[in-house]
Design a protein around this ligand. Structure first.
Ligand code: URA
Length: 193
């Protein structure tokens, strides 16, 4: 008989999840996407950054935050001493909504178990939600971003601290708010350095 290594052919739970996401057709976004965008970064990361959904460039490259907003996100992380490769980056939605419109509630409902599973496997020490869509959906809240930022929340049903800040795409349009984003990052750093 041909010897087979005990682990041959066995996928990790993470890999299984990635395969499941890559083939997902649970909502209509699968028809317009180029590919799904699972996430990127260190699976042992202490920091999890959660954005809204892939944009055009992310849909093309299959990686979150690779466009202009991504460059600002990288700079924000570097400002607090974190390299992009040291954190994990994912989105509320794995597929790009047409013309970057806001995610629909049914799209979030179909997609959120994937992120929940990623969080359970990554077990980050802190979650940074960037933008209103990420903050509201992770916290199951309808409060505006201005009310969600500025305090430390918990990702529901866990003890994982969660801080909400502005989306870098918003900061590109409103650079004056960078000062407040910096406060949010410092708050997150205080919780987990
Ligand atoms: N905006 C997001 O929220 N996520 C991305 O991946 C890119 C842009």
């Amino acid at each position: 008989p041909i010897p087979v290594a005990p682990s041959a052919g066995v996928m990790s739970e993470w890999e299984e999840l990635a395969v499941q996401v890559a083939g997902c057709k649970a909502c209509s976004l699968h028809r317009s996407r180029t590919q799904t965008v699972f996430g990127v970064g260190d699976q042992a990361a202490k920091w999890l950054i959660v954005g809204e959904a892939p944009g055009a460039e992310e849909d093309r490259q299959g990686e979150p935050f690779v466009g202009r907003a991504g460059q600002l996100l990288n700079a924000m992380l570097e400002a607090v001493g974190l390299q992009r490769g040291q954190v994990y980056i994912a989105n509320i939605l794995k597929c790009r909504p047409p013309n970057n419109r806001d995610p629909l509630p049914e799209e979030v409902a179909h997609c959120e178990s994937y992120l929940r599973r990623q969080i359970a496997l990554l077990r980050p020490r802190i979650i940074l939600a960037v933008g209103r869509v990420a903050g509201q959906n992770l916290l199951k809240s309808s409060l505006p971003l201005g009310r969600l930022r500025g305090s430390v929340h918990q990702y529901p049903e866990t003890a994982i601290p969660l801080v909400v800040t502005y989306h870098p795409a918003y900061l590109l349009r409103a650079p004056r708010e960078k000062r407040r984003a910096w406060q949010d990052l410092r708050l997150a750093l205080k919780v987990y350095r």
